[in-house]
Design a protein around this ligand. Structure first.
Ligand code: SF4
Ligand code: SF4
Length: 179
């Protein structure tokens, strides 16, 4: 095509496909955008951070709570974290997130508070019904009640149950916390 015809054609027809900022084309169906986490579902297992090859996620537990941090600037939106979360606590927006200038600028941190142990009241890593369904689908009421205990109380109850089953002396009173 003659270059002058091309220039004249563009001049006459104007811009055809370019959209000026902030206009954007609608995202495709099943578009995978920013990752969101529901702290009411998260059991603080850390699997999402383990499977994230981009180091966009960080899960840091303490004795009483766990912080979950997500940096969209490091995310490749692959969806691996959403796929592997055992309790469905993660999802991806089906729209583009806002633009950013610097890495870390849009990082979000969500704190998951540990529920109280049903025996001693100390914070205990959460075991949700969804996690039990995934890990122990056949779990009975006894296992479900142990899931609401902290690690120390769970150990104490398990030792007591074993001694009961095998006929050993019941001397667990006051062992783990002096109670
Ligand atoms: S979508 Fe992929 S890159 Fe982004 S946080 Fe999840 S696992 Fe990491
Ligand atoms: S994989 Fe799911 S449950 Fe585990 S820490 Fe990540 S968001 Fe929470």
């Amino acid at each position: 095509m003659n270059i002058f015809n091309l220039i004249a054609g563009n001049w006459l027809h104007g811009p055809q496909t370019t959209q000026r900022f902030p206009l954007r084309q609608a995202p495709a169906v099943a578009f995978r955008g920013h990752v969101a986490m529901d702290p009411n579902l998260c059991v603080t297992c850390g699997i999402c951070a383990d499977v994230c090859v981009s180091a966009a996620l960080e899960v840091v537990p303490t004795p009483s709570e766990c912080s979950w941090t997500y940096d969209p600037a490091a995310c490749t939106f692959c969806g691996a974290c959403v796929e592997h979360c055992p309790v469905g606590a993660l999802s991806q927006a089906n729209d583009r997130g806002p633009s950013y200038g610097l890495p870390g600028e849009q990082a979000v941190t969500i704190t998951v508070d540990y529920p109280a142990c049903s025996s001693c009241g100390r914070p205990a890593m959460p075991y949700s019904e969804a996690l039990l369904q995934t890990a122990f689908p056949e779990a009975g009421s006894e296992l479900r009640s142990r899931a609401r205990l902290c690690g120390d109380c769970r150990q104490r109850v398990s030792v007591l149950a074993m001694k009961k089953a095998f006929g050993g002396p019941d001397n667990t009173e006051g062992d783990s916390h002096g109670r």
